[in-house]
Ligand binder design. Structure first.
Ligand code: URA
Length: 275
């Protein structure tokens, strides 16, 4: 495995929410392996973390083993492919289940997984459901959603691009409504981030449009605000990303200048995807 392959694999685990990799102690000869040594193997930490991150893939037990030479590593256990084999949106939704993995479950009504064309070439990622989305279980159906629909459909029609909102896919960084619409906490974003990563890997759009700073932070691991990030291309894995203002921000009267910039961003990403 080349260092580049290893880096990709480690990025993959990071996307899944795995923070630590444990080195497994050198394996004793099979004949000497006892139940006691198995029970104390530190690899169980990683294995169980991965098992909860990617539940139906029991073959994911990739501890990095130490080799005979100090300082070098070998990877005798095959690591999972970058995309869990056979992953689908339906399977991801099923694994989310009636999620209780973080505190957001306490006050939510409905989990908002995402909606739109599963073959979409363009995916929009917002922050998290608001009150209307929480009630309906669908993303961007409130006032901000209506503005997003207008932005997508008006830009497309003005630019001669034959798409409507149902042609794109829309989802959020967190799938449950944060109380009082507060910004999701880092641990909530991290917990839900594994599902967002998997959704994007399954969808594999030609480009992603990150709506607002929270989506930009989740996808691009940046602390920069939208003003600094917008107007140019970024990447999530190998997929081009445009960052633009969140529609809720554009609804505020004093942010009207930002609307023009958001139209510019949408034009850019739509021409890239559909020309
Ligand atoms: N704001 C978001 O970020 N997402 C929604 O689904 C609705 C409002």
């Amino acid at each position: 495995m080349t260092p580049e392959d290893l880096r990709k694999r480690l990025n993959f685990y990071q996307d899944l929410g795995v923070k630590e990799l444990y080195r497994r102690a050198p394996r004793a000869p099979a004949s000497a392996a006892t139940a006691a040594t198995r029970a104390s193997a530190p690899s169980s930490n990683l294995a169980s973390t991965l098992a909860s991150a990617v539940a139906p893939a029991p073959d994911l037990a990739p501890a990095i083993e130490t080799s005979a030479r100090p300082g070098s590593i070998s990877l005798p256990v095959p690591l999972p492919p970058l995309e869990p084999a056979g992953d689908t949106l339906a399977r991801i939704r099923e694994e989310i289940g009636d999620c209780r993995r973080c505190g957001l479950c306490q006050q939510r009504s409905k989990i908002v997984f995402g909606a739109g064309n599963e073959e979409a070439r363009l995916v929009f990622v917002g922050e998290g459901p608001g009150a209307d989305e929480d009630a309906q279980g669908l993303p961007f159906v409130g006032r901000a959603g209506q503005l997003l629909t207008q932005m997508i459909e008006n830009t497309a029609s003005k630019e001669g691009i034959p798409i409507r909102r149902p042609d794109v896919y829309i989802c959020n960084v967190v799938k449950c409504r944060p109380p009082e619409n507060r910004t999701p906490l880092p641990e909530e974003m991290e917990m839900c981030g594994q599902f967002l990563s998997r959704q994007l890997m399954v969808l594999r759009p030609k480009a992603i449009c990150a709506l607002g700073a929270t989506a930009a932070k989740a996808l691009l691991n940046t602390k920069d605000g939208v003003t600094r990030m917008r107007g140019r291309w970024h990447k999530w894995r190998d997929i081009p990303v445009i960052v633009t203002y969140h529609p809720s921000y554009l609804l505020r009267q004093y942010n009207q200048n930002a609307k023009r910039e958001a139209w510019e961003d949408l034009k850019k990403v739509m021409h890239f995807v559909y020309d």
